[in-house]
Design a binder for this molecule. Structure first.
Ligand code: GLC
Ligand code: CA
Length: 518
């Protein structure tokens, strides 16, 4: 029998982060160090031993910069400072030093697509200051793009007497990445933190940095827009206009917002824009850089992750966001074939490019995996599912990214009153459910299943302590009582717990990986 051809050796280069186990910290809800009910850097510092014991070696902190918190830190007012809720630059330096002393690393979340509307850059641009005007997108008449968080992607600025573009909340105006000054300023931010010792970044909303040239509307005419908004029905006669009439611009009659992903997601030319930033920031492949990559298909992975000169270390692709299969009971379950196919596809692609893919099942935007794909009403079933998902993730040849509380097998928090709802991105969902006449309890149940507030509650450290050991004071948002039986300390004392199972898998993985190519 003829010998099988030997596959060409991939251009593999070992990188420290190939063997990393990354852990995401949503700082506000991780650990409170100064007793004001808000998680902070000193609290995190005090829990590094617990994280080192678990075996995770790289922390990704969600944004820690000053922010009015319209989107909990994803609306930054000063990129080179620490939010007072979280501590000081001195606390930050102590955190970096303590992590490095333990052989651990730190990755910061850089929100590069937009600033806060309270950032001095935006305020200057709004006032018409020439040097800042072109840092954002301004129009006398908006196009018809719908924001990712719902509603029009344009808001009116009284100061500027113009509309500005925001793909997320109105408080998050999009920076104009076509402007080299913007790229230079953000690169300077990256260098500031690299000089302070961070090991890399997670780039927020990476795939929407580039917009379709000229920001064209999706629907060319008002008639077309109405047809797209109400596909079942013809546009009502009294609103009908000649088909070639552009949608009339008016601050008082906003356009019907259209889903416009095709005009801002993963646009051609995105790579070139980002490459310019990478060069200016002096990022290399020895930094760990994660790119939030909504809409980026595996076929386009090469320029991003290929050795030797890919733009990033890891792509946080969104394929697993869309593989739920409806169940007969009205819930959802994991499409196991789609899951395996996606993992294999990304692994094979990454391997051929001389690197490894990333794999995450949870983050601060997604439901808890046991609530999403298992039955979280029964504690035994939840624990079994948590352990199965741990194995499914940690036994893959991919760099795993865990989200705080995943190692406890936490289910989504049960949100039972409005004081637990903070996320403004949920407002369109709430309004839509109200418009359908749903009751408060039904709306809260829906938010418990899919809302981001359900995965951002305080971390349960010890069920025997006040406030679950998270803080000495009432936490900024309640710690769900149903999480207390799953608290860290109680799982630490139980060798059969989910927490121990995560630790076991992480340590086995590390032994196995030593010196092994992807
Ligand atoms: C990313 C973040 C999310 C944030 C959004 C806008 O998707 O993960 O939390 O709301 O970007 O910055
Ligand atoms: Ca605090």
């Amino acid at each position: 029998m003829a010998a099988l051809p030997t596959p060409a050796a991939p251009p593999y280069r070992p990188r420290w982060w190939h063997d990393a186990v990354i852990y995401t910290v949503w700082v506000r809800s991780f650990a409170d160090g100064n007793g004001d009910g808000i998680g902070d850097l000193l609290g995190l510092l005090s829990r590094l031993d617990a994280l080192a014991w678990l075996g995770v070696d790289t922390l990704w902190l969600t944004p820690i910069h000053p922010s009015p918190n319209a989107d909990f830190g994803y609306d930054v007012t000063d990129y080179c400072a620490i939010h007072p809720d979280f501590g000081t630059l001195a606390d930050f330096d102590a955190l970096v030093a303590e992590l490095h002393r333990r052989g651990m690393r730190l990755v910061l979340d850089l929100v590069i697509n937009h600033s806060s509307c309270d950032h001095p850059w935006f305020r200057a641009a709004e006032r018409g200051k020439a040097s800042y005007r072109a840092w954002y997108y301004w129009r006398d008449a908006p196009n018809d793009w719908e924001a990712i968080f719902g509603g029009s992607a344009w808001s009116w600025s009284e100061t500027a007497q113009q509309y500005y573009l925001h793909l997320f909340l109105p408080q998050q105006p999009d920076l104009n990445w076509e402007n080299p000054d913007v790229r230079a300023a953000l690169a300077e931010v990256a260098r500031f933190w690299l000089d302070r010792g961070v090991d890399g970044f997670r780039f927020d909303a990476l795939t929407v940095l580039k917009k379709a040239p000229g920001l064209p509307s999706v629907a060319p005419t008002r008639r077309e827009a109405l047809r797209m908004a109400t596909p079942e029905a013809e546009a009502p006669a009294d609103t009908a206009v000649p088909p070639d009439t552009a949608v009339p611009p008016s601050p008082n009659s906003p356009l019907l917002p259209q889903p416009a992903w095709s005009h801002f997601l993963a646009q051609p030319g995105l790579e070139a824009l980002f490459a310019d930033f990478v060069r200016r920031a002096g990022l290399t492949r020895d930094h760990l850089t994660l790119g939030e990559a909504n809409g980026l298909p595996v076929e386009r992975a090469a320029p991003w992750i290929a050795e030797p000169d890919g733009l990033l270390s890891l792509l946080l692709h969104f394929e697993l966001w869309h593989i739920d299969r409806p169940t007969a009971q009205g819930g959802a379950t994991l499409d196991t074939v789609a899951f395996s196919e996606s993992c294999v596809r990304w692994w094979q692609t990454a391997r051929a490019l001389g690197t490894r893919p990333a794999l995450y099942l949870e983050n601060h935007d997604l439901p808890r995996v046991v609530s999403r794909w298992a039955d979280d009403r029964d504690p035994d079933a939840t624990r079994r599912a948590a352990k199965a998902f741990a194995a499914a993730q940690l036994l893959q040849p991919a760099v795993p990214i865990l989200y705080q509380g995943q190692e406890l097998g936490l289910p989504n928090a049960r949100l039972t009153h409005w004081a637990q709802i903070h996320d403004r991105a949920a407002e369109p969902t709430i309004a839509a459910l109200r418009a359908k006449g749903e009751t408060d309890s039904t709306i809260l149940a829906a938010l418990s299943r899919t809302g981001r507030d359900a995965v951002r509650t305080p971390y349960p450290w010890d069920a025997t302590q006040p406030f679950g050991g998270f803080s000495a004071a009432p936490p900024w948002t309640p710690l769900p009582p149903e999480h207390l039986p799953l608290a860290w300390q109680q799982q630490y004392e139980d060798p059969h717990s989910t927490l121990h199972w995560y630790r076991h898998l992480i340590h086995r993985r590390r032994q196995r990986n030593q010196g092994v190519t992807p």
